[in-house]
Design a protein around this ligand. Structure first.
Ligand code: NAD
Length: 469
């Protein structure tokens, strides 16, 4: 762990395993209650220093961290690939994206400002001038999931530091390595000791303490809806942002360009074995092109290379744990029993690896339709008209992103207005994100928006200063 700028251990070692083959890649240590307390105390002690730092000093540290991350890209990509089991090609992309997230955060630090308030727009405001300044919240607890252990952490740490806060970061217990490396990079780049602490260990054991502690002003969480709801219920009056799961859907109209739609739907469904919060899980295809779309999808899916994540050609490696692969395989069986047809794949292969799987005619009531699959499985169902497809997309407890493929702008914008989600993509799959865009969900997919410009708003508060002329 990193507490107060120091690397510390505890009497509770825990192995970090490569999900693909179960080999041990590192040993980390589960934090004790005293260590979590010390991490919060360090952050609270560093918060005044962060608050007094000029915007340019904060931006300079973030820019230096951006550069250092890129300079050591290959080692960081290997750490990400080893802890998550994601193919090395995708791990390199994650490092590039995390660097961009830091660059955008440094730019937002330069832009952080309040506004002039038109006080005399009220009769009683005559002779008063006022402005707002944006002040840091103090200590922010950042809790992150396993699937993008580096970039999703940077989406919290970058804007928090840009806004002048101190952070206690708790990475997922399976994927702590990139977070620890990154904390060292920040320290090397001049971040004051204590401004970024990393505590490792099971969220179920140390999460409540982080969320409850009165010195923590805000909890920013990315992960499952179950844990998000628990945090929301425990956090009381603290600020909370929640980036949760989804069962994202895309509509493919009969005028769609299938040369584009098919490969994007396949990569959108199977990148990182479907363990992406905006993975394509439900595809609704116009009945006139259903057979052609399905045939082309299956052909592209069968070309995906399954193998060790460090091999450059690998497209599919493994899920995070064997238990997760077992769960996804059981969900496929449940869908089959309810009448779904397995068009390709459908089986668990070895340890945590699952074949990329395309199903057709998936009942809307089975787990694979209504819950978050978080595995390499996609369901393709036909529809008769666009309104029906929109109803099918909206028939979900979640609402993170959705998309449509069509050449007809009328239809595209009609769907964009009717679908209830945080982001709608036209001629793109929902599994698309650049790091500066506002990103977040409605319904069970969460509250609040990320993207450095938007996160920094959540991580600072406006203070009004008014004076009588
Ligand atoms: P998870 O909810 O199991 O864990 C997320 C984090 O919460 C981990 O650090 C974990 O240790 C911690 N945690 C667990 N119990 C806790 C508790 N009681 N209190 C506080 N913290 C606790 O999620 P996961 O399996 O790591 O990640 C997968 C989930 O994350 C999926 O649902 C996925 O959709 C979601 N996700 C969402 C986004 C988004 O931006 N919307 C991005 C990536 C992943």
């Amino acid at each position: 762990m990193i507490i107060g700028g120091q690397a510390v251990t505890s009497p509770n070692p825990r192995p970090v395993l490569m999900p693909f083959d179960g080999s041990q890649v590192a040993t980390i240590f589960a934090a004790s209650k005293e260590q979590v307390d010390a991490a919060i105390a360090s952050a609270a002690a560093a918060a005044p220093t962060m608050r007094e730092m000029t915007l340019d000093e904060r931006a300079t540290i973030l820019r230096a961290a951006y550069q250092r991350l890129l300079d050591g890209k290959e080692e960081m990509a290997l750490a990400v690939s080893s802890e998550t089991g994601k193919p090395i090609r995708e791990a390199r992309l994650e490092v590039d994206r995390a660097a961009m997230t830091l660059l955008f955060s440094s730019e937002e630090a330069h832009r952080l400002c309040g506004e002039v308030v038109p006080m005399d727009a009220s009769p009683s405001g005559k002779g008063r001038w006022a402005m707002t300044v944006r002040e840091p919240l103090g200590v922010i607890a950042a809790i992150t999931p396993f699937n993008f252990p580096l970039n999703l952490a940077m989406h919290k740490i970058g804007p928090a530091l840009a806004g002048g806060n101190a952070v206690v970061h708790k990475p997922a217990s399976t994927t702590p390595l990139s977070a620890l490396r990154m904390a060292r990079i920040f320290l090397d780049c001049g971040l004051p000791a204590g401004a970024l602490n990393v505590v490792t260990g099971p969220g179920g054991e140390i999460g409540d303490q982080l969320v409850f502690d009165p010195r923590v002003a805000m909890v920013t969480f990315t992960g499952s809806p179950e844990v998000g709801l628990r945090i929301r219920n425990l956090a009381g009056l603290k600020k909370v942002t929640l980036e949760l799961g989804a069962n994202s859907a895309v509509i493919v109209e009969d005028d769609a360009n299938l040369d584009e739609a098919v490969p994007r739907c396949v990569s959108g469904s199977f990148a990182h074995s479907g363990q992406v919060c905006i993975s394509v899980q439900r595809i609704y295809v116009h009945h006139r092109i259903r057979d052609e779309f399905l045939d082309r999808c299956v052909e592209a899916t069968r070309k995906l290379a399954i193998g060790h994540p460090h091999q450059p050609q690998t497209d599919i490696s493994s899920l995070i744990t064997p238990a997760e692969a077992e769960r996804v395989a059981a969900w496929v069986d449940e869908a089959k029993s309810a009448g779904a047809q397995v068009v390709t794949g459908g089986k668990r292969m070895f340890r945590a690896t699952m074949e990329p799987t395309v199903l057709a005619e998936v009942s809307s009531s089975v787990s694979l339709s209504c819950r978050e699959a978080f595995g390499p499985v996609v369901g393709v169902n036909a529809y008769q008209d666009l309104d029906q497809a929109i109803r099918m997309v909206n028939d979900s407890e979640y609402g993170l992103q959705a998309g449509i493929y069509t050449r007809d702008l009328q239809k595209a914008f009609y769907a964009a207005r009717q679908v209830h989600v945080g982001g709608f993509l036209i001629n793109e799959v929902p599994q698309y994100r650049v790091d500066q865009m506002p990103y977040g969900g409605v319904k069970l997919s969460g509250t609040g928006r990320e993207g450095p410009k938007y996160a920094i708003e959540e991580m600072t508060e406006p203070k009004l200063i008014c004076w009588k002329v």
